[in-house]
Ligand binder design. Structure first.
Ligand code: SF4
Length: 243
């Protein structure tokens, strides 16, 4: 879907005040295991809400801050800790740094229990976050292992691993994965697909340009719906918080 707005580096990276709540996080989607959005087997959390409007953003349903599921950081941490085979979590979105305080809190809770790596996708550059970010955003930068930074620019669409466009960088902010640096020059489109019990389809990864529209059209012809929002994990998470 094409947005009428383009990326504006001068816009502040912080948004509505509720996103500063360190005890709550708004999530669009959760995957308990993914191999295409970072090193090894990882949980992936797609946060809901992004203040940017990259042209041809592949997840327009994740842009409004009002959508998704609002869950407690304790619930998300509990879910992550309970995944024995994953080595870490990737936060994508949406814009994870808009909910930095909550993500820092989640990482603190998880890392109190086990070693856990963290990778973040941000539409802001590292320099922009350091220069204009708030304390929570800078604190988040200090706690992550890999940052994929910068807006998606469709005219620079790429097949470089973990990136959507060639302006984006894979920055190793800790030593943990630095030995994987050469992997970031690999080329290809790595995608994962999951058929849901209801017969719908869900996918993860960074596709070719125009992939999603084509996929949706072809699936629609076959009566299959593309599932893009919260899966059962976040539904369960919300349910478990009911008094
Ligand atoms: S930063 Fe990501 S979620 Fe936000 S508009 Fe750009 S591509 Fe979409």
């Amino acid at each position: 879907m094409r947005s009428s707005h383009s990326f504006d580096e001068t816009r502040p990276p912080v948004g509505a005040p509720w996103r500063r709540d360190p005890e709550r996080i708004r999530i669009a989607r959760f995957s308990p295991g993914c191999r295409v959005l970072g090193p090894g087997l990882r949980a992936v959390v797609w946060v809901q809400g992004c203040p940017l409007r990259c042209r041809e953003c592949v997840v327009p349903e994740m842009l409004p801050f009002e959508g998704g599921k609002d869950i407690s950081v304790h619930e998300l941490a509990r879910r992550l800790i309970a995944l024995p085979d994953v080595e870490g979590v990737t936060f994508s979105g949406g814009e994870p740094t808009s909910q930095s305080a909550a993500i820092v809190r989640v990482l603190g809770l998880v890392r109190a229990e086990r070693d856990f790596s963290c990778m973040i996708y941000s539409g802001f550059t590292y320099e922009k976050l350091l220069r204009d970010g708030d304390d929570d955003q800078r604190r988040l930068l200090s706690q992550i292992d890999i940052l994929v930074d910068g807006p998606y620019l469709p005219e620079r669409h790429t097949d470089l691993r973990w990136r959507g466009s060639s302006n984006q960088r894979v920055l190793f902010l800790s030593e943990r994965y630095r030995s994987l640096q050469s992997m970031t020059e690999d080329r290809g489109h790595w995608l994962e697909f999951e058929y849901l019990p209801e017969g719908d389809l869900r996918w993860a990864g960074i596709p070719r340009r125009g992939f999603r529209r084509l996929l949706e059209e072809q699936l629609k012809e076959r009566g299959i719906r593309l599932e893009t929002s919260s899966g059962s994990v976040t539904d369960e998470a919300s349910a478990s918080e009911q008094p």
